[in-house]
Design a protein around this ligand. Structure first.
Ligand SMILES: [Zn+2]
Length: 503
């Protein structure tokens, strides 16, 4: 239960209770997510698009809407869109069409956007969240992005058309969510799937994934009320923050009992600094956009055979992989989550688990050592594929560890060298002199020496402080230059102390 600041509301599960009226309210949330498709060129022209390029350096007559120019559909964009639709369990239409959405704004030089209105290329589908909730998709359509306008303090506006004509898919959910946590979980899962199938890089910081939230509130058991849209949310924090602000705001407005102050159908923006939403404009009705079929483009065709071929090429999706890692490989939910966060890592792990036949060991080494190495600055790699180490190398190292040839500290040292040089584990073992000393004679001699140096520790152990043995182990590891097997040293020390007690 959490209380919202100064609104006189508190939350119980997914219901909001008003302290003044005692009414219980619920929210209804649907999401529209725009994702940029991973194509080399724009949707209807051959311009490339690179984030951060010089303004207006990636434009041509088509994407700037010059008279006489004609759009041609980018086939790569269509295939990526279909892959996304299939991965989201949607039904791909064999035939769909483009429409013009007419509106006037400085960043849309044609005065219309090419989108899909009443015949989207994909219908249905959805995502099952880990919470068990199913979020259904109504549709996915393909459309072009607008340019970017920047309003300056000098009372003029700068327009950059690089982004105009960049291919997007817009996925529209049913209003199946009622809280911020589910909305964030949905966008997280959607993003993961789009990245997995290669449809989008979905980098939110570059604006490659943007979310609009449709949200209304009503008392439990009553009819749905006015829907409000919050536009252009480009981080998980903003999605959660805007919903958490908007629910109490709308409830408070309804609770005034004053129709003048009731929420009206409108578009709002999230002010991340203040954590509030603000009215941007009254929402246009669909009639205001005067949609009509795009006369310059033929209908989109997605032949059944090609769609089925694309379906057969889809990789196993992250949720399915996670479930398999937990049930058939015995990994924890946490490890399964870490390893499936990216396609490359999951592939690396599976190869390593197969070669070493020790999935849990492989999971530990990858999530604790390899991924941590990539996240720091020490290695010149951003992802696992950029490291010189291959699954075979790691499985060889796991084998050396299993056979007791090297102990875990030595193995860690070998792994770090492997990630730098790409040398084989066996070669590094010899080169670094990390073979574990297994001969009991030497181990016993070192232990005896340690006991002699610190006789008081043996006494403490006899008195029941078994942990004190660590001090002796440190001495043995020093004498052995780190090559003794710590587990065996511990056993020997305890055994020798017990024996000396008897004598
Ligand atoms: Zn162009």
């Amino acid at each position: 239960m959490s209380t919202s600041s100064n609104s006189g509301l508190y939350r119980e599960g997914n219901e909001w209770v008003s302290e003044s009226s005692g009414k219980r309210w619920v929210a209804v949330i649907g999401l529209e997510v725009h994702a940029q498709l991973n194509t080399r060129t724009k949707l209807f022209c051959a311009c490339e698009y690179r984030f951060g390029a010089q303004p207006n350096s990636q434009i041509c007559p088509v994407c700037t809407g010059q008279p006489g120019s004609l759009p041609v559909l980018n086939g790569e964009a269509l295939e990526l869109a279909i892959r996304a639709g299939l991965a989201l369990e949607g039904t791909i239409a064999e035939r769909s069409k483009f429409d013009r959405k007419n509106y006037f704004y400085c960043d849309i030089p044609k005065n219309y956007q090419i989108t899909q209105y009443d015949e989207p290329y994909c219908r249905g589908g959805g995502i099952s969240l880990e919470s068990g909730r199913r979020v259904r998709l109504n549709r996915i359509h393909i459309e072009e992005d607008a340019g970017k306008s920047t309003h300056t303090s000098g009372n003029f506006t700068l327009v950059d058309l690089n982004r105009a004509g960049v291919p997007l898919i817009e996925s529209v959910t049913e209003a199946d969510m009622d809280n911020a946590e589910d909305a964030v979980a949905y966008v997280t899962a959607l993003r993961e799937i789009l990245v997995y199938v290669g449809a989008s890089s979905a980098d939110m910081e570059k604006g490659e994934l943007r979310c609009d939230v449709n949200i209304s509130v009503h008392p439990v058991g009553e009819a749905w009320r006015t829907k409000i849209e919050i536009k252009n949310l480009n981080s998980f924090g903003h999605i959660a923050g805007s919903i958490e602000h908007e629910i109490p705001r709308q409830i408070a407005a309804w609770e005034t009992g004053d129709p003048e102050r009731y929420p009206v159908q409108e578009t709002r923006l999230f002010d991340a600094q203040l954590g509030i939403t603000r009215s941007m404009r009254k929402k246009e009705g669909e009639a205001d956009y005067r949609y009509f079929p795009e006369p310059d483009l033929p209908p989109i065709t997605a032949p059944y055979n090609r769609v089925e071929e694309l379906r057969s090429l889809l990789p196993e999706l992250p949720a399915a992989r996670r479930a398999r890692y937990m049930t058939s490989l015995g990994l924890s939910a946490y490890d399964a989550g870490v390893l499936t966060a990216s396609h490359d890592v999951a592939d690396f792990f599976e190869a390593c688990a197969r070669l070493s036949k020790e999935p849990k060991e492989a999971a530990n080494w990858i999530s604790n050592e390899v991924l941590r190495a990539i996240s720091g600055d020490e290695f010149d790699a951003q992802n696992i594929d950029e490291l010189p180490i291959k699954p075979f190398d790691l499985s060889e190292l796991i084998g050396l560890l299993r056979e007791g040839v090297v102990h875990s500290n030595g193995a860690r040292q070998i792994l770090r060298e492997m990630m730098k040089s790409g040398k084989a584990a066996g070669a590094l073992l010899l080169e670094l002199g990390l073979q574990q000393v297994q001969d009991e004679g030497s181990l016993k001699a070192w232990c005896a020496q340690a006991l002699q140096q610190k006789p008081e520790v043996a006494q403490q152990v006899r008195e029941g402080k078994e942990k004190a043995v660590g001090a002796l182990m440190g001495l043995v590891m020093q004498s052995s230059k780190g090559k003794a097997n710590p587990q065996r040293v511990r056993e020997l020390l305890l055994q020798m102390i017990a024996e000396s007690d008897v004598s």
